[in-house]
Design a protein around this ligand. Structure first.
Ligand code: PMP
Length: 411
């Protein structure tokens, strides 16, 4: 494994004790820590350039606007979008999905249409589709998650039967936040295209870990959050093909998205402005820009290899523990940088609470995957998720803590 341990010094929050123990931060799938470069970019913006964007002609407003639009350009480059106008800044993955559901969905879906999802979707790529299905009369279908023996991948044989011409949109996650499964995005997009369905990729769990190229994947929409990729909270991205974005109606109204307003009528700007009503999160976009620069300076292929080998190490060590059920693929190449597990005898909330006493930050619960949990016959799992700055020694600390917990509970 390539050691990226040198990056630890870039993250001020990692340099602390929790109780008597050094922090072992393994909750990266929930949110990542922020490097100094991102924190400084945000501070610099507020110290020097802070002003509202787009509507001002003074120096600070022009600098803010330049910074905001440079972040848009950088984002387009980061995912290889053809045009910065295909990048809409949102609050995060959740808002990006809601935007598509409420704008494209409300305008294009009707009774008889089908929205295809998978059984492993995060609530944020499920609830917005339920809501728009209820409003439009469209119905939902789900691609099944295969059983434990098939390592919880998507049942791709079932896909042909599900992908009928009634399917207008297929929305799916790239990497499952609970199973760690990596889905074959390009293949899923190609198969959807054959029946004329649009595709939306939830890249929340993949964007900060590996290179993503929307043109190579050939997806129609792609959603992600800044905070899981070293960026700040409150900023996210919706990528959409330009022709789709220009044809969709706005979803929120307000300043910045209009060309002309009369008392009874409004005309709208093209994308991206038409989807960004009101003052945007300028400092968030600038922080996200710094995060993308930071990740690319390390190299996303290196990050992917690093996170993946930590997950492999964790999975192998966890498998030695008694009474444990580990979710997701055994095969390393099919797993992202996280491992989810459940003990027969100890509840996930107890695991997380006890691990915290050793300074190990984990997450326990349903991970916004309630239907999947029910299907798997679980109420919760414990999840350890890895990023650039994690080390093999931290996995040893995790396993040591879990041994203590199991001993305490008499397992
Ligand atoms: N999709 C997946 C796969 C996720 O893991 C998450 C975050 N847990 C989201 C969507 C939602 O992201 P956000 O809360 O940043 O909108």
């Amino acid at each position: 494994m390539t050691s990226l341990a040198h990056t630890r010094a870039d993250f001020p929050a990692l340099n602390q004790n929790v109780g008597a123990h050094p922090l072992v931060y393994l909750d990266n799938a929930a949110t990542s820590q922020k490097p100094r470069a991102v924190i400084d970019a945000i501070s610099r913006y507020y110290e020097r350039d802070n002003s509202n964007v787009h509507r001002g002609l003074h120096a600070l407003s022009m600098r803010s606007t330049d910074g905001y639009e440079a972040a848009r350009k950088r984002t387009a480059q980061f995912i290889n979008a053809a045009d910065p106008a295909e990048i809409i800044f949102t609050r995060g993955t959740t808002e990006s999905v809601n935007l598509v559901a409420q704008s494209w969905g409300a305008a294009n879906l009707r009774a008889g249409d089908v929205i295809l999802l998978t059984e492993m979707e995060h609530h944020s790529n499920l609830v917005p589709w339920q809501q728009i299905a209820q409003r439009t009369g469209a119905t939902l279908r789900y691609v099944p998650v295969a059983g434990e023996n098939a390592q919880h991948g998507l049942d791709l044989d079932a896909l042909d039967k599900l992908l009928t011409p009634e399917v207008k949109l297929f929305a799916f996650t790239h990497i499952s936040n609970t199973l760690g499964v990596i889905n074959p995005v390009a293949e899923l997009c190609a198969r959807a295209k054959k029946v004329g369905a649009l595709t939306l990729v939830d890249a929340a769990q993949s964007i900060g870990h590996e290179p993503l190229d929307v043109r190579a994947l050939d997806c129609d929409f792609l959603a992600f959050s800044g905070h899981k990729m070293c960026g700040p909270t409150g900023i996210g991205v919706l990528y959409g093909r330009r022709a789709l974005l220009d044809a969709m109606p706005p979803w929120q109204g307000g300043g910045g998205m209009i060309t002309s307003v009369e008392y009874f009528n409004t005309t709208y700007k093209p994308s991206p402005e038409r989807y960004e009503a009101g003052t945007p999160d300028v400092s968030g976009a600038i922080g996200l820009h710094a995060a993308m620069d930071y990740l690319d300076a390390i190299g996303r292929p290196l990050i992917a290899g690093h996170d993946n080998s930590l997950a492999a190490q964790a999975r192998a060590a966890l498998a030695e523990l008694p009474g444990i059920r580990i979710l997701g693929p055994e095969q390393n190449s099919k797993r992202g940088g996280l491992v989810s597990f459940a003990f027969n005898e100890v509840h996930a909330h107890d695991v997380v609470t006890f691990a915290d006493q050793d300074g190990v930050a984990l997450r326990g619960g349903h991970h916004c995957n309630q239907p999947l949990m029910r299907k798997l016959g679980l109420s919760s799992t414990t999840r350890a998720s890895f990023y650039i700055y994690n080390t093999p020694e931290e996995i040893d600390a995790l396993i040591k803590s879990l041994h203590k917990i199991l001993k305490f509970f008499g397992s």
